[in-house]
Design a protein around this ligand. Structure first.
Ligand code: ADP
Length: 234
């Protein structure tokens, strides 16, 4: 199963990707997590990305494409993956098509998670993240079992450096401008599935599994230009 998760910040992509990855035994690849790990390790990419990420801007497409190409060539991604946070621009989507064609493989589905802006803003301001495993919590709606520490590894949770009101607003604007149009790109290929991200975590996961099941029974897959344009459902 090869899936892209599209949707604005705070809609629950990371949470759903972790659950779906565990269910299918495939890696959930968050480009945000990958970049935060580069920053932490002070690699060349990390040093460049740090300030960009704190502002809520996008890391350049060529850097992202190189990062994703290298990650997708690792053994654990051969039988499937979930991409969370990539692609985010038309150039990244086209680059990904080229990478998949190079690996002679195709996407099975692109899932668009949706929620109104008020919900996203409330979730992002209450978001706390585990710096070790990347698990996300929310102080209001999805608190950790023990206050302030991760359920999985006991690490102290953090409020991400880019979850300030300014950076959140900036990221949501960039999403609308650069990433939201990608839904149309994939919809034209007939593989976009839309999910209501406002429901409880379990309900969203069930809707996701149902959507992917119906997608698997559909005859075509999202190849690089393999499905006829405009043949898809809305
Ligand atoms: P969010 O979805 O809340 O913005 P992420 O963890 O997905 O959080 O991403 C954090 C930051 O990492 C982004 O604001 C951006 O700076 C950078 N980033 C992640 N993925 C990409 C990408 N595909 N292209 C460019 N920058 C990215």
């Amino acid at each position: 199963m090869r899936v892209i998760f599209l949707g604005p910040q705070g809609v629950g992509k990371g949470t759903q990707a972790a659950l779906l990855g565990a269910r299918f035994g495939i890696p959930a690849l968050s480009t945000g997590e990958m970049l935060r790990s580069e920053v932490k390790r002070k690699t060349e990419i990390g040093q460049k990305a740090d300030a960009i990420m704190k502002r809520g801007d996008l890391v350049p497409d060529d850097v992202m494409l190189a990062l994703i190409r290298s990650r997708l060539s690792e053994a654990d991604a051969r039988s499937g993956f979930i991409l969370d946070g990539f692609p985010r621009t038309p150039a990244q989507a086209e680059g990904l098509d080229g990478t998949l064609a190079h690996f002679d493989t195709q996407l099975n589905a692109v899932v668009l998670f949706k929620a109104p802006r008020e919900v996203l803003l409330a979730r992002l301001s209450g978001r706390r993240t585990c710096p070790k495993c990347g698990a996300n919590y929310n102080l209001e709606t999805h608190p950790p079992k023990a206050q302030g520490v991760c359920d999985h590894d006991g690490t102290r949770l953090v409020h991400r450096a880019d979850d300030t009101p300014e950076a959140i607003n900036h990221r949501l604007e960039l999403y609308e401008r650069q990433t939201a149009p990608l839904a149309e790109y994939y919809r034209k290929r007939g593989q976009l599935r839309e999910i209501d991200g406002t429901r409880p975590i379990d309900a969203v996961q069930q809707a996701l599994v149902d959507a992917l099941d119906s997608q698997r029974q559909a005859p075509s897959t999202v190849g690089a230009h393999r499905t006829p344009q405009g043949s898809g459902s809305a």
